[in-house]
Design a protein around this ligand. Sequence first.
Ligand SMILES: NC(=O)c1ccc[n+]([C@@H]2O[C@H](COP(=O)([O-])OP(=O)(O)OC[C@H]3O[C@@H](n4cnc5c(N)ncnc54)[C@H](OP(=O)(O)O)[C@@H]3O)[C@@H](O)[C@H]2O)c1
Length: 337
Amino acid sequence: MTTHRRWTLARRPQGLPQADDFRLEEYDLPEIRDGSVLVRVDFISVDPGMRSRLSADSYAPALSLGATVESAGIGTVLASRNPKFEEGAKVWGGFGWQSHFVSEGRGMQVLDPAIYCGPVHETCAIGVLGIPGLTAYFGLSDLGKPKEGETVLVSSAAGTVGATAGQMAKIEHCTAIGIAGSDAKCAYLREIGFDHAINYKTAGDLIAALKQAAPKGIDIYFDNVGGETLDAAILNMRKNGRIVVSGQIAEYNTTNPRGIRQTLPFITQRLKMEGLVVYDYSAKFNEARAQLAHWIRHGKLSFREEIVDGLENAPNAFRGLFTGEAFGRRLVRVASA
Ligand SMILES: NC(=O)c1ccc[n+]([C@@H]2O[C@H](COP(=O)([O-])OP(=O)(O)OC[C@H]3O[C@@H](n4cnc5c(N)ncnc54)[C@H](OP(=O)(O)O)[C@@H]3O)[C@@H](O)[C@H]2O)c1
């Protein structure tokens, strides 16, 4: 018998998620049947976008009370009665906050050793080559459509989505400006090639700080944050500017969003604003992953991961996404090989 631990949603969070919003449950897993595999989960992700689904419907329905909290994961096949998965194989998929699971393999893929080798770590499958990296990839290329010489502003730039979007802007020969919440995060942004980094917590007047960094204006704003930062960006947009709405993390913990107040520049500067749900691009995920992996191997794209140890710490790791404590792709190590 394998003891299975999982975090379920105990109640719908009000504001910043609290420990009591989640419940750690433990029970024995049944033996596997023909066609099934037993997977030990090694790493899980914590994702800002999950916050909305803990309270209400989002791009996907709200998580039910009592359901396992959903996330990406990487694991190892411990036992298999399914010819597609050998014992010992490393797999990834939407595993959720749990220690083990029994599955028939739907939605689960074996990590391709041709991709996940050298500088492209296995954990990249649920980080820079996973949903966050793909969001940057399709958001910037398909909606932002950067052209050489343009200026690209990115918020929450030290997170995986933001850092990837900023480095892609540099690959496209644009000027990249990042906004982040600490001096250490700003130093990191300069290290990975951003031309300017602004600490929004100490910058004072963000509208003026953006004007100083982009005197000719911003062509593309890749928005992960919303709220006041979005308004400051709108006031600095250049004619025909594009605003890519990737996320609105400043609004996720409130039922009373601040929203956008600066709308006139949409007329005067002929701005366009468009959001994306990255899953709409799933038919092109493999192509994009190969490109992102190629950039990593050729030193054009770097990534930062932050590992929190222990499944029991998943709720705290999640909460840290909304306090600014998280720095890079936050993963929870559930088990070590
Ligand atoms: N559209 C899609 O399909 C899609 C898919 C995946 C992710 N996303 C979105 O992309 C965004 C970035 O995701 P990620 O995984 O890379 O996470 P992330 O940027 O690392 O998110 C955590 C960071 O957000 C910043 N933050 C938290 N609260 C904030 C606030 N009130 N105001 C400003 N910044 C705040 C903090 O950094 P600072 O210290 O810099 O404040 C924090 O460390 C999220 O909004 C996410 O929902 C969208």
